[in-house]
Design a protein around this ligand. Structure first.
Ligand code: ADP
Ligand code: MG
Length: 687
C-alpha cells in the first residue's frame, strides 16, 4: 500500500506489518447469500443486499455540504443511495442502467428509506464470486472511513497477500501439538479467518486461533507459578500443636462440612510442604470460609508464627475481631484490630507488640499495609473478600517479611471459572462447594415501589415472629449526597411505620463515627434492634444468623455480584429467609435481567456467569482494579470457557513433562512466552 494508507493503518490500528494485518481479525461475518427485494426492506434490518439498477443521479443540499443521491430500483420498488463524500468518484465508477448488487445498512431519512455509502458491485462479477458469500467485517475508525478504507479494503489486501506464491507463514505451535490436538496450521487459519468459505470453517479456524491465544496465556501463568515455587521457599509448619488441638476438641461448635474438611487437608499439605502457599479459597457466601481460615491460622500460631487477616471494610474487620475472639475462647493469644480509625496511642502499642512478637493475631483493613506495620515473624496472611483488593496492594503484604508468608486469599464472590483461571491462574484453588447443613434456600422477590406498604406489612409479620431485617440503600460515590438523603428519608419513613417502643430501628453508614457504627451493629447483633438500615458497608461478610430478611432498596442500581453478596447476609440460620428487591417501574433491559436472575437462582456460580455475560469480563468487579493483564484478540472469556479449560489442561501436560521447556520440540513454546513478555504486564507477584 502507499505511504498515506500505511500511516493510517499504523496510527489508527497499530498495524505496521503484514503479520499485524493478518492478526487483525474480523469481528463478525455477514452472510451475503440472500438477496432482498426492495419492497422487503425496513429500517430495522442491519445489513441487506439488493439487486437492481441506478436510474438517475442528482445532487442535493447546500453547496458546501452537498450529497450525491442515486435512485436505485428493482421490480418491486425503489430506494435512494446516498454519498456525503466522494461524489465525483462515485459518478465515474457506476453507470446508469447497469445491473448492480448493492450492500449496506438501510436507514429512514424523513419518511424515505435510503442506504448511505453502500458497497456496490456489478452483478455479473458478483455471480462469479460464489463461495465468498461470507463477508468479514472489521472494526474501523472514523479516520479510516474518511480515508476510504472499508472492510472491503481489508479483504482485498488480505486476498492479495495470500495470492503471493512465495508466502510462507511460520507455524507458532509445535508440530506434535498440532497433530495431537488436530489443529489447523497457522497459515491456513490466518487465511480462512479472513476469507472463509463456510460458517463451519469459521468455527474450526476460530478454534485454532483461540486455542493458541489462551494456551499461550495459560502457559505463561503456569510457568510463572513453577518459577515462583522454585524461587520462594515456604515456612514449614511441622506440627499440629495445642492451639489447634485444643480448639478442635473444645471450642468448635459444629462439625465441619466435608468440603471444609477437604480444604483443611489441602491447606495443611501446603503448609507442611516447604513451598510457600498461595491459595485461593473460593466458596459461596455463607459456605463457612472463616472457620477454615481461622484453623489455618492456628497452625501458624502452633509453629510460633504471627498471623494477620486483612478485610476490605472496617465493619468486616470488626466482625472478624469478634468472631475470632469468640472462637479463641480461653486460648492465651493476643488479638488486636488496626484500621484507619485506630487511635495513635493504640497504634503505637500494636506496632511495638508486633515487633516484639507478643501480638499474635492482627486484624485490620488497608491500614495493615502501611509502612510502620512490621511483624517479628509473620507466617501466614489471610486476605478476606479479596476481590476488593488490587494486585499491587496484595504485593505489598509480601514485603512485610524477609521470607514470604503463606497466603490464603478468600473470595465469596464466585468468580466464573474462566476468569479465575486467567486472573488467579497462578494460585492454587480450593473450593467449598457445600453449605453447612440445615440451610433453607432463600426466597427472593421483586417488588415495585408502589407495593411498599405490602412489603412493610410483610416485614412486620416477620419481625413479630422474632426475625430481624436488613434494609440496604445504594451508595454510589458520584451521587453520594443524594444517596445519603435517600437513606435518611428511608430511615424516617421506616421509623414512622415501625415505632418505638414496640420496634427499634438501627442505622449504620460510612459517615458515622466508628463508635456509633459499632453501637448500631451491636444493637442489631444482640437482637435489640429489629431493623438495621445500612448502606452497602454491610455488603460483604457480615454474619448475623438471626437476620433472615434482606430488603434491597433501588435494587436496579446494584450489580449482580453485589446483589448476591447482599442476599448472602441472610439465610444463615435455620429459619426460612427472604430477600426482597425494591425497584421503580422503569428498568433497563440489563437491570431487569439482573433482577430476574436473582429471583430465579441462588447459585453464586450461575450468577457469576450471567454477570460475566452481561458486563463482559473487563468490567467484573475486582478486575476493575487489577484488570485482565492480557490482551485478548479473538477469545472471549465469557464464551470460550471450554477452550480455556482445555488450553489449561494441555499447558499443564506440557509443563509436567518438560517444566523448563528445554526439549527441542518445545522450542516454539519458548518463543510464545518471550513474545508475550515484551507486550504484557508482568504480574508474577500476585499475592
Ligand atoms: P462465608 O463463607 O460467607 O465467609 P462464614 O464463614 O461467615 O461464611 O460462615 C457463615 C456461617 O456459617 C457462620 O455463622 C458460621 O459460624 C457458620 N458455619 C460455618 N461452618 C459451619 C458448619 N460446618 N456447620 C454449621 N455452621 C457453620
Ligand atoms: Mg466471609
Amino acid at each position: 500500500m502507499g505511504p498515506k494508507r500505511a500511516e493510517l493503518f499504523a496510527k489508527e490500528l497499530g498495524i505496521y506489518t503484514v503479520g499485524d494485518l493478518l492478526r487483525y481479525y474480523p469481528y463478525k461475518y455477514i452472510d451475503r447469500t440472500r438477496i432482498y427485494s426492495i419492497a422487503e426492506i425496513s429500517s430495522t434490518q442491519t445489513h441487506i443486499q439488493i439487486r437492481g439498477r441506478i436510474t438517475a443521479f442528482r445532487k442535493e443540499g447546500p453547496k458546501y455540504k452537498q450529497r450525491l443521491v442515486a435512485a436505485f430500483s428493482d421490480q418491486t420498488g425503489s430506494i435512494e443511495l446516498v454519498w456525503f463524500q466522494g461524489a465525483k468518484w462515485v459518478e465515474k465508477s457506476y453507470e446508469i442502467g447497469v445491473e448492480y448488487i448493492v450492500f449496506g445498512r438501510p436507514a429512514l431519512f424523513g419518511r424515505k428509506l435510503n442506504i448511505a455509502h453502500p458497497e456496490i458491485e456489478p452483478a455479473a462479477l458478483f455471480e462469479n464470486n460464489v463461495g465468498t458469500s461470507l463477508y468479514p467485517q472489521y472494526s474501523l475508525t472514523e479516520k479510516l472511513r474518511a480515508g476510504y478504507i472499508s472492510s472491503k479494503t481489508f479483504q482485498k489486501l488480505i486476498s492479495g497477500i495470500f495470492q503471493s506464491p512465495s508466502l510462507s507463514i511460520p507455524e507458532s505451535l509445535p508440530d506434535y501439538l498440532l497433530k495431537k490436538l488436530r489443529l489447523m496450521p497457522l497459515q491456513e487459519a490466518l487465511h480462512k479467518i479472513h476469507l472463509p468459505s463456510s460458517p463451519d470453517q469459521i468455527k474450526r479456524t476460530e478454534y485454532r486461533l483461540k486455542f493458541e491465544e489462551l494456551f499461550g496465556i495459560q502457559l505463561k501463568i503456569l510457568r510463572q507459578k513453577i518459577g515462583r515455587s522454585q524461587h520462594f521457599k515456604g515456612f514449614v509448619f511441622k506440627k499440629v500443636g495445642d492451639y489447634f488441638n485444643n480448639f478442635y476438641k473444645n471450642n468448635l461448635q459444629f462439625e465441619l462440612t466435608e468440603a471444609q474438611k477437604r480444604v483443611m487437608r489441602e491447606i495443611r499439605t501446603d503448609l507442611g510442604s516447604g513451598r510457600q502457599m498461595n491459595r485461593l479459597l473460593q466458596g459461596d457466601v455463607g459456605s463457612g470460609k472463616t472457620i477454615v481460615a481461622f484453623m489455618s491460622m492456628l497452625l501458624a500460631l502452633d509453629n510460633g508464627y504471627q498471623t494477620c487477616i486483612m478485610a476490605p471494610t472496617e465493619i468486616l474487620a470488626m466482625q472478624h475481631l469478634n468472631t475470632i475472639r469468640n472462637l479463641l475462647g480461653k486460648l492465651p493469644l493476643q488479638v488486636m484490630l488496626l484500621t484507619g480509625s485506630t487511635k495513635k496511642k493504640e497504634r503505637e502499642i500494636i506496632y511495638s507488640q508486633l515487633q516484639d512478637g507478643s501480638l499474635h493475631i492482627l486484624i485490620g483493613t488497608h491500614a495493615l499495609l502501611e509502612d510502620p506495620v512490621q511483624f517479628a515473624n509473620l507466617g501466614m496472611v489471610v486476605i478476606d473478600e479479596q476481590h476488593r483488593f488490587g494486585v499491587a496492594q496484595r504485593a505489598r503484604l509480601w514485603k512485610k517479611n524477609v521470607q514470604a508468608p503463606h497466603v490464603l486469599v478468600m473470595t465469596a464472590t464466585p468468580i466464573p471459572r474462566t476468569l479465575a483461571m486467567t486472573l488467579y491462574g497462578d494460585l492454587d484453588v480450593s473450593v467449598i462447594d457445600e453449605m453447612p447443613p440445615g440451610r433453607k434456600p432463600i426466597q427472593t422477590f421483586h417488588f415495585y415501589d408502589s407495593k411498599r406498604l405490602t412489603m412493610y406489612g410483610f416485614l412486620r409479620k416477620q419481625i413479630d415472629r422474632g426475625q430481624q431485617v436488613f434494609i440496604v440503600y445504594p451508595l454510589i460515590e458520584e451521587s453520594e449526597k443524594l444517596d445519603y438523603i435517600a437513606l435518611e428519608e428511608g430511615y424516617a419513613g421506616i421509623s414512622e411505620f415501625f415505632k418505638p417502643p414496640e420496634y427499634t430501628v438501627a442505622c449504620v453508614h460510612g459517615r458515622m463515627k466508628t463508635e456509633d457504627k459499632e453501637y448500631g451493629m451491636r444493637l442489631f447483633k444482640e437482637g435489640k434492634a429489629h431493623i438495621l438500615i445500612a448502606t452497602t458497608v454491610i455488603e460483604v461478610g457480615v454474619d448475623i444468623p438471626n437476620a433472615s430478611i434482606m430488603v434491597i432498596e433501588s435494587a436496579e442500581r446494584f450489580g449482580l455480584s453485589q446483589l448476591h453478596q447482599l442476599r448472602g447476609r441472610v439465610g444463615r440460620g435455620a429459619d426460612q429467609s427472604y430477600c426482597i428487591m425494591m425497584t421503580g417501574y422503569k428498568l433497563s433491559n440489563e437491570a431487569r435481567k439482573r433482577i430476574e436472575t436473582m429471583v430465579n437462582t441462588n447459585d453464586g456460580f450461575e450468577i457469576a456467569e450471567v454477570d460475566l455475560k452481561l458486563r463482559g469480563p473487563g468490567d467484573i468487579e475486582g478486575t476493575l482494579q487489577s484488570g485482565i493483564p492480557f490482551d485478548l484478540k479473538i477469545s472471549n472469556l465469557a464464551r470460550d470457557g471450554q477452550i480455556l479449560q482445555y488450553a489449561r489442561n494441555i499447558a499443564e501436560e506440557v509443563l509436567e513433562e518438560d517444566p523448563e521447556l528445554a526439549d527441542p520440540k518445545n522450542r516454539l513454546l519458548n518463543k510464545i512466552l518471550k513474545e508475550m513478555r515484551t507486550t504484557q504486564f508482568d504480574w508474577s507477584v500476585i499475592s
